[in-house]
Structure formats: structure tokens, C-alpha cells
Write a protein that binds this ligand. Structure first.
Ligand code: FES
Length: 121
């Protein structure tokens, strides 16, 4: 795995996202109050693109059905932490975490460590 430059810091304002295609992978870049994150670009619910997601205080809210994810870990926060999933097996089947990718900022560039499986595309 190697770090790849996917944007410049000033191209993604706080609270904004940007979808980037890297080989075979869609990666969502996120600026949350100046902290940058990179997550898989397709929602864990129905595999729809996370373009246009709302971002606030470490949380990503999918625009389709508002599943919410922890930006740092990709863990599903809603509905996982709200509903008793043991009693709702159909809902439990629809919940999965988002993959996250390490990010570094170098000379104003947003660099993401992209897995080889993406680069080989
Ligand atoms: S596709 Fe994201 S919440 Fe349904």
C-alpha cells in the first residue's frame, strides 16, 4: 500500500466531501472541521454512493436513508445504536461498517493510503 495524493486541502472545505475514483475503488474524502478522513465511497446499506453526505462532529450521514457512520472508524452509529438489532434481524442484515483508509496531509496535499487491490483496479 502506498499513499496517493487525491486532493489539495483547500479543495475540500470544512463540512464538505469529495468522491474520488482510485483504480477500482470509490473513496470519499471528508473534511470535518479541518480533519480529513477517507472512507469507502459506497454506503454499507444499499451500496449507493455517499456523495452529498452531511458531515458534523465526527459523523457522516448518508443522503439516501440517513444511516450514520463514525468518520474515524467507519462504524455504523445509526440505526445500529438505536434499534434492538437482535429483535430486528432484517435490519441487522442491512448494516455494515464502512472501510476507512489512513490519511496524511503533506505540503497541503491530502494523501490516502490506498490498498493494492484498488490500485490494480
Ligand atoms: S444507501 Fe445509505 S442509508 Fe441507504
Amino acid at each position: 500500500m502506498s499513499y496517493v495524493t487525491l486532493a489539495r486541502v483547500e479543495e475540500i472545505s470544512p463540512g464538505q466531501t469529495r468522491m474520488v475514483q482510485v483504480g477500482s475503488c470509490l473513496i470519499l474524502l471528508v473534511n470535518d472541521l479541518g480533519e480529513f478522513y477517507a472512507l469507502q465511497g459506497l454506503c454499507g446499506h444499499q451500496n449507493l454512493p455517499l456523495t452529498g453526505s452531511k458531515v458534523w462532529q465526527g459523523v457522516l450521514d448518508c443522503p439516501w436513508h440517513h444511516f450514520q457512520y463514525d468518520l474515524r472508524t467507519g462504524e455504523n452509529l445509526y440505526p445500529k445504536r438505536i434499534y434492538p438489532l437482535n429483535a430486528l434481524p432484517k435490519l441487522r442484515e442491512q448494516i455494515s461498517s464502512l472501510r476507512t483508509y489512513p490519511v496524511q496531509i503533506v505540503d497541503g496535499k491530502v494523501q490516502v493510503r490506498v490498498p493494492e487491490s484498488c490500485e490494480l483496479g
